[in-house]
Write a protein that binds this ligand. Structure first.
Ligand code: PLP
Length: 357
């Protein structure tokens, strides 16, 4: 039986797998910061309600200015969106009838949005045997015939962060063949802002950087993201968006989030610490673990992956399976880094499971 797709919705997962959902469920399948929304957002909540009775700013202000200040880019280079998901849809709309390269395994929404918008999707495979590293030779060969290339950096689900040299080589080659390079930096907040390619947008009109506010600031319900690119590209993408596409509450919350430096540093440290602990534990059990830079990691047990996944599910522990990630074919599991006690519970449950095999 194929496991159902699930995007951070454990209730639906239990129903579709016909497994009774325990009263308490620990969800490691989603990747938001376990700290929850920043304290400044929680404190401002009563005053934020005033945003509800007026139409929002059509350009997503005051968030657009806050992004421009945060990244030291011109406001004309910023388009705010209803989550990075909206940005991906707007982008896909600009590739109708065009050829777009994806590097699998990667975030499934690239293919979904591109196909629905009539783009021709060409999939390049990062091979398991080579540790899912970017297939540089294939990429450089395919670029001249492509209109765009998407790279998720760090990648979801592998957590791998391509090197600066690799990305610069690709972007430079892409510039020569007038190919767009879309870098999805949805999880770069968990690495270090200095690793972002946003400063390179000034040098490369073919470079577009997608960012999400969801993951670092734990605000998946509010829907906020943005793209940074050349002003001309921003202008055309904006034309495809509906008026008032970013709600006023989100635009205010985003400003508060970007001011949260200590919160960000704490989240980076927490993700790093828990990732290392988990990787060490898993390797001690003979599992393969990729060197993730994000707030999740992927692992491959020596034993039956599907059995581990379902046995944990029965105990109320939800991991992310990889059946719909091309090239991982269900052999890997992704684990989001959650609170310290949750991570300890997971290690304990897996320890028991490994002992019983
Ligand atoms: C790599 C990647 N990009 C973009 C998104 C979409 O994020 P948002 O919540 O901002 O729409 C996700 C969500 O899971 C993601 O994993």
């Amino acid at each position: 039986m194929r496991l159902p797709e699930h995007g951070a919705n454990s209730k639906r997962l239990y129903v579709s797998m016909n497994i009774r959902m325990p009263d308490e469920v620990l969800d490691f399948s989603e990747n938001c910061n376990p700290a929850g929304p920043p304290p400044s957002v929680v404190e401002a909540w009563p005053t934020l309600i005033s945003t509800l009775n007026s139409y929002p700013d059509p350009d997503g202000q005051p968030f657009r200015s806050a992004v421009s200040l945060f990244h030291q880019v011109d406001e004309q280079q910023v388009l705010v969106g209803n989550g990075a998901a909206e940005i991906l849809s707007l982008l896909a709309g600009s590739y109708r009838g065009k050829r777009v390269l994806l590097i699998d395994p990667t975030f499934s929404e690239y293919r979904a949005t591109l196909e629905v918008n009539g783009a021709e999707v060409v999939s390049l495979q990062a091979s398991e045997a080579e540790g899912f590293q970017l297939p540089m030779r294939q990429i450089l060969e395919a670029l001249p015939e492509a209109d765009a290339l998407y790279i998720c950096t760090p990648n979801n689900p592998t957590g791998l962060l391509p090197s600066k040299d690799e990305l610069l080589t690709i972007i430079e080659a892409a510039k020569n063949s007038s190919t767009d390079v879309v870098l999805d930096e949805a999880f770069i907040d968990f690495v270090d802002e200095s690793k972002s390619f946003i400063p390179q947008v000034a040098n490369y009109p073919n470079l577009l950087i997608v960012r999400s506010m969801t993951k670092m600031y734990a605000i998946p319900g509010i829907r906020l993201g943005y793209i940074i690119a050349h002003p001309e590209r921003i202008k055309t993408l904006k034309q495809r968006a509906s008026h008032w596409h970013v709600n006023g509450l989100a635009a205010e919350i985003g400003v508060l989030c970007l001011q949260e430096e200590a919160y960000r540093q704490q989240a980076i440290l927490h993700a790093q610490t828990e990732r290392l602990k988990m990787a060490q534990f898993l390797r001690s059990q003979g599992c393969e673990v990729l060197d993730s830079s994000a707030n999740y990691l992927v692992m491959k047990p020596l034993q039956d992956t599907k059995k581990l996944y379902t046995d944990l599910l029965k105990q109320g522990i939800v991991l992310r399976h990889s059946e719909n990630f091309r090239g991982m074919d269900g052999h890997w599991l992704r684990i989001g880094m959650k609170s310290k006690p949750m991570m300890a519970t997971l290690r304990e449950a897996m320890d028991q499971w490994f002992k019983q095999q």
